[in-house]
Design a protein around this ligand. Sequence first.
Ligand SMILES: C[S@@+](CC[C@H](N)C(=O)[O-])C[C@H]1O[C@@H](n2cnc3c(N)ncnc32)[C@H](O)[C@@H]1O
Length: 222
Amino acid sequence: MLEKAQDPRYATISRPAPHAIDLLGKMMEERPQPIVAEVGVGVGATSAELCRRLDGAGQIHFFDYGERITDLLADLQGLGFSNIHGHANSRRFLDSYAWTLGKLVLERRAANAGNAAMFDFIFFDGAHAYHHDASSTVLLKELLRPGGVLLMDDYDWSFAKSPTMRQNSNPPLEKLFTDEQIETCHVKFICDLFLDNDPAYQRLDIGYTPPHEHRRAYRKAG
Ligand SMILES: C[S@@+](CC[C@H](N)C(=O)[O-])C[C@H]1O[C@@H](n2cnc3c(N)ncnc32)[C@H](O)[C@@H]1O
């Protein structure tokens, strides 16, 4: 899978997300053995770089469709990384990591006297669609340990802004969403709803100057 980063068709996801690498580096100064999650792996550009940054320390968990997870884990094992875990979901139309994360929260609560927290750093970069990502955000907040950092990607992305989604969505976007939902930045909507008003989540300055803001990061109190 990692070779796809050289394929022009994957140009938009061919380079590691720099904020994810920087924030993990800062987290490792405080917590040298962090437990990390990347939700939505693409062609593994950021995944591979996160593994290189960890350099065998801690653990990293990946969430995506089954075949992407299988290919990614094989490639990362080939590069010598063993601190990696995959969480796969099906290609059924309404399936996603949201369901996987729900099961993980229940498993963690059952195993740890109601406390699901396990991740020190989470990079959330999946569908950027409210129907998967709203519930996932609520679950990821519970899976984040006190003092942990959550990085939300594509804060400024919308279906309307994406030529790929406009051309390739099957069913067409107009069958799936209202005009308002096509125009709205779903990740921003989710941050407005579940993160910006939560006193336990403090915004981190990651260098954006309004109105340009592609990613938003939060630290959980504790
Ligand atoms: C923008 S890419 C992630 C890029 C990656 N984080 C990086 O930095 O290179 C979005 C990912 O979300 C995944 N995704 C989107 N909808 C999904 C769903 N319903 N279930 C599982 N994964 C999904 C896609 O398969 C894709 O790998």
